[in-house]
Design a protein around this ligand. Structure first.
Ligand code: G
Ligand code: G
Ligand code: MN
Length: 388
């Protein structure tokens, strides 16, 4: 099986008609490799050659042959070009090889191949295991949405100027049938891919609105909610957000949206528009995980962020490196100069806390103050910290 890489470039260079001819050329070439073989095209630029299994050697040789071919140019008349690909091989010998099952596994396998440096993958038990887990998690997600198995937890945030806890970040959790908590890293990416993130996000937003509405006396100044880029694609997003705010009498100012730079860079123009629209209503944005991606300073500075959240990976080695401390301090100053505030994330010790405070951080979030906790615990936490 082969997934073509950067085929859009071929289309751009030669036009769609020629692009189509190249695709035809590739599938014809694959078809003639084995008399009894069948070629399938799916996902636009992925081709699978399906043929009867003879033995390992024969099958491996075929796989090599296909990879070798993609080291050479493809020709249409006088036009020639290199076309790169990711490659996958799957031998269905000793397991239940249902064709529908295989058609489900193949795209998943090619996704893994694309993530690998050499772009080559062979089906094995590890992949089978990963595939099963993924399928299980997708099924669980679907049920979780129906049966409302999600919970919103909160991690308090400390204000260095006011010297007390002033806010919290909402972090979604999934409670499995066995009562155990499933961490979001395991299901958020799947929810994004499958489109279920819109439902998850809607639930979280509504829960946070309810929490603020029901606890006006001790509610923090605001609560920040993590958003994925995909949520902004949902046509009903604004309407649903407004419904919840209205229902619980919560103004936009009590809510903040956290979004990562990685997400914004997926479609910067679109996100800029969305941010502008919501900012006009009084909602403010925090940039999450700053320092983890290929940070594009220009993008940060041109967008209306109120707060930048420095990722814990930036702050980890500070105790040991005066150079790193200087870098962070300068970064904080720069953000202050353009009117943005800074949260230091992942602070676990008093030493770290003092350090980032001295470097000018406006807010601190981390296990040093508190871990993410369920709503009832947050209520208790806030009641106590208000008395202090
Ligand atoms: O505690 P922690 O494991 O909660 O969070 C892991 C990651 O999951 C965080 O980086 C956060 O961005 C993401 N996350 C947590 N809650 C939500 C949510 O409600 N929506 C989205 N899109 N992401 C979330
Ligand atoms: O949305 P974001 O990627 O910022 O999510 C915050 C994540 O960081 C959550 O998974 C949360 O549990 C985690 N976290 C918060 N404080 C600390 C901390 O002090 N140490 C560590 N290791 N993780 C933390
Ligand atoms: Mn966050």
């Amino acid at each position: 099986m082969v997934s073509l890489k950067d085929f859009g470039v071929v289309n751009q260079q030669f036009g769609y008609n020629t692009g189509n001819e190249f695709l035809y050329c590739i599938s014809s070439w694959m078809k003639q490799l084995r008399k009894e073989g069948q070629v399938f095209r799916f996902g636009n630029v992925t081709f699978a050659l399906l043929c009867p299994y003879i033995n390992d050697e024969e099958s491996d040789q075929l796989f090599v042959e296909i990879r070798e071919r993609f080291r050479q140019v493809w020709r249409i008349g006088a036009i020639q070009t290199n076309i790169a690909g990711s490659f996958g091989q799957m031998k269905c010998i000793d397991f239940d090889a249902e064709i529908t099952n295989i058609m489900e596994i193949l795209p998943f396998m090619m996704q893994l191949a694309k993530e690998k440096e050499d772009g080559i993958i062979e089906y094995d038990e590890t992949i089978e295991q990963m595939f099963r887990e993924r399928k299980g998690m997708l099924a669980l997600l679907r049920e979780a949405i129906e049966k409302r198995m999600f919970e919103v937890w909160y991690q308090p945030v400390y204000d260095c100027h006011k010297q007390r806890i002033v806010s919290a970040e909402a972090l979604v959790r999934l409670r499995n049938y066995d009562g155990k908590i499933v961490r979001p890293d395991l299901f958020i990416p799947l929810a994004e891919e499958s489109g279920m993130i819109a439902d998850v996000g809607r639930f979280v937003w509504n829960e946070v609105c309810r929490f603020i509405g029901e606890h006006q006396d001790i509610a923090p100044e605001y609560i920040s909610v993590n958003f994925s880029m995909q949520q902004f694609r949902s046509p009903k997003l604004y309407q649903q957000m407004e419904e919840s705010l209205h229902k619980y009498h919560v103004p936009y100012e009590k809510m903040k949206i956290e979004i990562t730079e990685r997400d914004i860079l997926q479609d910067m123009k679109y996100m800029e528009q969305q941010m502008k629209l919501l900012t006009e209503k009084g909602l403010r944005f925090f940039m999450d995980d700053f320092g983890t991606g290929y940070s594009n300073f220009y993008s940060v500075m041109s967008l209306p962020f109120e707060v930048i959240k420095l990722d814990k990976s930036l702050l980890n080695g500070l105790e040991n490196s005066s150079r790193d401390r200087l870098i962070i301090q300068t970064l904080v100053e720069m953000f202050h100069n353009i009117g943005m505030k800074v949260i230091a994330e992942g602070i676990e010790t008093e030493e770290q806390k003092n350090m980032v405070q001295n470097m000018g951080a406006d807010y601190i979030q981390g296990f040093f103050y508190a871990k993410p906790m369920p709503e009832e615990q947050l209520v208790e936490f806030l009641t106590h910290s208000a008395k202090r």
